[in-house]
Design a protein around this ligand. Sequence first.
Ligand SMILES: C[S@@+](CC[C@H](N)C(=O)[O-])C[C@H]1O[C@@H](n2cnc3c(N)ncnc32)[C@H](O)[C@@H]1O
Length: 357
Amino acid sequence: MCVACDIDPAKAEGFAGSLVEMINQGALTIMVSMGHQLGLFDAMVGLAPSTSAEIAEKTGLHERYVREWLNAMAVGKIVEVDHSSTYFHLPQEHAMYLSRHFPGDNIALFSQYIPVLANVEQKVLHCFKNGGGVPYEEHGRFHEVMAEDSGQTILGALFDFILPLIPGLKEKLGSGINVLDIGCGSGKAMVMMAEYFPNSNFLGVDLCEEPLRNGRRAVEQKGLKNVRFQQGDLTMYKPEGRFDLITAFDAIHDQARPDLVLKTIFNCLEDNGVFLMQDIDASEKVYNNLGHPFGRLLYSISTLHCTTVSLAQGGMGLGTMWGTERANLMLKDAGFTQIQENRLDHDPMNCYFVVQK
Ligand SMILES: C[S@@+](CC[C@H](N)C(=O)[O-])C[C@H]1O[C@@H](n2cnc3c(N)ncnc32)[C@H](O)[C@@H]1O
């Protein structure tokens, strides 16, 4: 068989070009992550065209590294450079998506997921060959980046868009109800609500001590008495008491046993209570996700994080892209009868399920 005879040269060349572009952009993503962590973008916001020495001085970083990073930013068309290759400038139209000065719009923070994922590459390779999973402790900065992510995605929209999805909820929180946050991580949303609604009581449960420590620190700093964090495996969790509101922010699909967790939520939710589940907005069928704007990122996160942390606990390994179809089925299996899907403009990656018995 003549393999080459069947080849469409333009198609082959186009594909090779897109692979090269992919590798270029992948490398650049690590540079963006570093710029975010080092505060380089923040320092360049509103700054006149400056030399690498001036930017290094402003940030307290070593000039040689800053110069190389600026060169990467320049060829990546993130930063502009003059003809003499001396002066670097971050245009305002770019700065607004790269800096902490523009909370809510900072896309640079998400670039941190790429090095976090790359950090476990070898361990996940091992699992491809031997099975099993890579547990949370091996995922480096994951909890830190996750907290920064949900701090941006949830907090800015919580009072104006997320809580209003449930009519009358803000009033109930004001009068005083019991709230449980499932897989709370550092519980930023819970802490924000606890501060705003002092008559309500909040309990956050998570498997991992590291984010819980950060959550407890925030509660202590704010002097809040109405929030508790509890370490526990939700797979066999038996909560004390019942709850009027249960939340799960991006926390069901990567559980070991999402089926059991959803059943527990059903059992400890008051009859007129509400379960608010933020989870990935995608289809369980990959074909339906071919045009998904975040599909490449989300299947990669799934392989290198969500699926493997679940398998590491002997779990189902549902994966990030379990799909709204599967979510609906599993919610129904847990006993819920009223399931409403909501999409919010600020968060194109997620669906907000409002679920009742
Ligand atoms: C994607 S993170 C979301 C964290 C948090 N809700 C947020 O928005 O920042 C998922 C969380 O689920 C927790 N988790 C995973 N498996 C768990 C289990 N079996 N029991 C309790 N928590 C678990 C993880 O530790 C992690 O903090």
